[in-house]
Design a protein around this ligand. Structure first.
Ligand SMILES: O=P(O)(O)OC[C@H]1O[C@H](OP(=O)(O)OP(=O)(O)O)[C@H](O)[C@@H]1O
Ligand SMILES: NC(=O)CC[C@H](N)C(=O)O
Ligand SMILES: [Mg+2]
Length: 506
């Protein structure tokens, strides 16, 4: 899951984009990039690393201009090399730069189209570079000298008719403005915000971002979610245009945003992430009361950080004490979005440590938001036992994850998922729990839908294998697995190529 942001302002945007990227850091820890426009030129800085490490004072000084976009990356296609950090750039038409959250499911087909029909060269294995070149090709076919918002929207319509999968996109067009659009299913989130311009009375400044928390952080007011299939264009002089650019838009937001990805203080598609997590706790608590009434649990302990709000609600529901028995090292990021299983494995013990007194001689209920590969749960249960727990029960706020994700979460291979082909008992034995309980899918859906009943279907493929874009078959999943399984990723992550595009401030 990556984070994207874009601002059309009336004063320098570099600091605001930087600040927005720092609050979107939980969406991608691998690479970060910012591009601004000043005097008709793009200024760019992107590299592997966290936002605070990628942008030094000298880079910030050069990222001048009142318009810009930014990206934090969690690789889900191609490699994790610096050459695939975003935004990407092409020089024609006008000069375009683009940042993308999501994953194209027909990237290979589009890559061939772009090479053979559009005669454009793609220099990396990134699907986002393919998407940029497709947009450039469609825009090039439509515009003559100066382009209008109508032509820009026509180009997005053409892109939507060819691209499949998940994409929330922000792009800059030199001399024209900023464009943002969301795929027809609205799988990945995108919000629009505005604020009054201090220097020019009556003028508005606009911002788009993956999550509403980014708007809060830099003083923009939330206006609305960009709708599935919709495009938003803001001209350089600050005029806002919007248009529905998909023939069949449908609301199918990814449910995993609420389970794990998004920050709790964000509201996505009118659903508070925090509220959804509290509801998950209530429903899972009820299931525990129904099914585990004979168990004697002494204490509920969350596995920090994402599950804390859920575990607290479970404790309230069960009328049991809630204790933060694991301390999280605040300098270690999220383990699940690290590239490579060996790094993820090593990080759990570096990140979490048990406070013995909360475990000694007790029957503990550990709560996590999800169990994906089982990396965290297995080690955490071991730590709880080492700390002296009598019995260790485990509850997951989302159901068994049995199917690969193809829309921007790095779960490409069913075989890496601990629940694939196993029942709950077998999974419990593997992670070493004395009892394991999962949330039911219906309950998870209702927990998230509670504040927006208009959402017809969430994107829930990792739980039930139903892919909302309806273009996924076993041969695609086999192909994805061969590209992105653990071994393939550890090899591709090693290649370090320099960017071959606009000057990158080193
Ligand atoms: O079964 P696994 O493959 O281990 O994946 C699931 C775990 O990974 C995530 O935590 P993470 O450390 O990424 O982030 P958090 O601090 O936000 O909980 C998630 O919250 C689970 O704890
Ligand atoms: N997680 C994402 O949104 C990734 C975007 C894009 N597919 C990449 O790998 O760079
Ligand atoms: Mg976690």
């Amino acid at each position: 899951m990556c984070g994207i942001v874009g601002i059309v302002g009336s004063q320098a945007v570099n600091q605001s984009i930087y600040d927005a990227l720092t609050v979107l850091q939980h969406r991608g820890q691998d690479a970060a990039g910012i591009v601004t426009i000043t005097k008709g030129m793009f200024k760019q800085r992107k590299a592997n690393g966290l936002v605070k490490d990628v942008f030094e004072a000298r880079h910030m000084q050069r990222l001048q201009g009142n318009v810009g976009i930014g990206h934090v990356r969690y690789p889900t296609a191609g490699s994790s090399s610096a050459a695939e950090a975003q935004p990407f750039y092409v020089n024609s038409p006008f000069g375009l730069t683009l940042a993308h959250n999501g994953n194209l499911t027909n990237a290979q087909e589009l890559r061939e189209f772009v090479a053979k029909t559009a005669r454009r060269h793609i220099n990396t294995t990134s699907d986002s570079e393919v998407l940029l070149n497709l947009l450039a090709h469609e825009l090039d076919k439509l515009v003559l000298e100066q382009c209008t918002e109508k032509q820009i929207f026509a180009a997005v319509k053409a892109v939507n008719s060819k691209a499949r999968g998940a994409y929330a996109v922000v792009a800059l067009v030199i001399g024209q403005g900023m464009l943002a659009f969301r795929d027809a299913n609205g799988i990945r989130p995108l919000v629009l915000g505005q604020r009054d311009c201090e220097a020019v009375p009556g003028r508005k400044e606009y911002m788009v971002a993956s999550e509403s928390v980014a708007l809060d952080a830099v003083g923009f007011k939330f206006v609305r979610d960009v709708a599935p299939g919709e495009a938003v264009f803001i001209s350089l002089d600050g005029q806002l245009f919007t248009e529905q650019c998909s023939e069949k838009p449908r609301y199918n937001p990814c449910i995993f945003e609420y389970v794990y990805f998004a920050r709790p203080d964000s509201v996505i598609d009118k659903v508070s992430v925090y509220g959804a997590r509290v509801n998950m706790g209530t429903r899972l608590g009820e299931k525990i009361q129904r099914e585990w009434s004979d168990l004697e649990i002494d204490v509920v302990i969350p596995i920090p950080e994402t599950s804390c709000d859920i575990a607290l609600q479970i404790a309230l529901q069960l009328e049991l004490p809630y204790r933060q028995g694991f301390v999280k090292n605040r300098y270690i990021g999220r383990t699940f979005i690290m590239p490579g299983q060996s790094q993820r494995r090593k990080s759990v013990r570096r990140k979490l440590n048990a406070i013995d007194v909360e475990f000694k001689g007790k029957n503990v209920l550990l709560v996590d938001d999800s169990i994906v590969r089982g990396t965290t749960s297995e080690q955490i249960i071991e730590m709880a036992r080492e700390a002296g727990a009598k019995k260790v029960y485990f509850a997951s706020a989302s159901p068994e994850i049995r199917f690969p994700n193809v829309y921007g979460i790095d779960m490409p291979s069913a075989n890496e998922l601990i629940a694939h082909g196993r029942d709950v008992e077998e999974i419990g034995t593997l992670i070493g729990a004395d009892g394991l309980i999962y949330q039911d899918l219906e309950d998870l859906i209702e927990a998230c839908r509670a504040s927006n009943p208009d959402i017809q279907d969430f994107e829930t493929s990792v739980f039930n294998g139903k892919y909302v874009t309806q273009d996924i078959d076993q041969s695609y999943l086999d192909y994805l697995e061969s590209l992105r399984n653990n071994d393939a990723q550890e090899i591709s992550g090693q290649e370090e190529v320099t960017n071959l595009e606009i000057h990158n401030e080193g």
